[in-house]
Design a protein around this ligand. Structure first.
Ligand code: GDP
Ligand code: MG
Length: 166
C-alpha cells in the first residue's frame, strides 16, 4: 500500500513538528526539493505494511492579492489529487476564522479528511470532547485523531487511519 497525504492547517498548529515526530520514529527520507512547482514532499514514511508520502500544502487562506489567489488555487488542486487530507488544528485554540475558511474550501473536495487535533498535552482530557464537537458540527470528517506531535502521543492511531484510505 502507498499513497499521498496533504497536510493542511494554519501556521503554528504543529505541522512541522508532526512531520519531525513521524520521521524521528520510523523514518525514511526528507526532502526540501519541490517535486512539482506547487508541492513539496515533506517526508516519506515507510511502515511495515505501507508507504505514506506527506505533502506540505501551504497557502490555504483568504488570498490578499493576485499571487495569493494563484497559490490558493494550486493548493486547493492538491487536495483533489491526494488520497487523504490531514487537517491539523491546535487544541489550545478556539475554532477561528482561519479554520472556518479552510473548512469551507474542504467542502468542495471529495477526498477523505482526517481531523488531527494537536497539542493535547496542553489540555485536560475532559476538554477534548467539546473541541471535537465544535469541529464535527461543521464538517463530516472521516475520522478524528487527537495527538501530541511534541510528545509523540497517538501517532500510530493517525497512521492507522491514513492507511485505511490507501
Ligand atoms: P507549523 O507552523 O504548523 O509547522 O507549526 P510548528 O510545527 O512550527 O509548531 C508551532 C509551535 O507549536 C512550536 O513552538 C512547537 O513546538 C509547538 N508544538 C507543536 N506541536 C506541539 C504539541 O503537540 N504540543 C505542544 N505543547 N506544542 C507543540
Ligand atoms: Mg511549519
Amino acid at each position: 500500500k502507498s499513497g499521498f497525504v496533504a497536510i493542511i492547517g494554519r501556521p503554528n498548529v504543529g505541522k512541522s513538528t508532526l512531520m519531525n515526530s513521524l520521521i524521528g520514529q520510523k523514518v525514511a527520507i526528507m526532502s526540501d526539493k519541490p517535486q512539482t512547482t506547487r508541492n513539496k514532499i515533506l517526508c516519506v514514511l515507510t511502515l511495515a505494511d505501507a508507504q505514506i508520502l506527506f505533502i506540505d500544502t501551504p497557502g490555504i487562506h483568504k488570498p490578499k492579492h493576485k499571487l495569493g489567489e494563484y497559490m490558493v488555487k494550486t493548493a486547493e488542486n492538491t487536495l483533489h489529487e491526494v488520497d487523504v487530507v490531514a487537517f491539523v488544528v491546535d487544541a489550545t485554540e478556539e475554532l477561528g476564522a482561519g479554520e472556518q475558511y479552510i473548512l469551507e474550501r474542504l467542502k468542495t473536495v471529495k477526498t477523505p479528511v482526517l481531523l488531527v487535533i494537536n497539542k493535547i498535552d496542553q489540555i485536560s482530557k475532559n476538554n477534548i470532547l467539546p473541541i471535537i464537537t465544535q469541529y464535527t458540527n461543521c464538517f463530516d470528517f472521516s475520522a478524528v485523531v487527537p495527538i501530541s506531535a511534541l510528545e509523540h502521543t497517538n501517532l500510530d492511531h493517525l497512521t492507522d487511519e491514513i492507511k485505511k484510505h490507501l
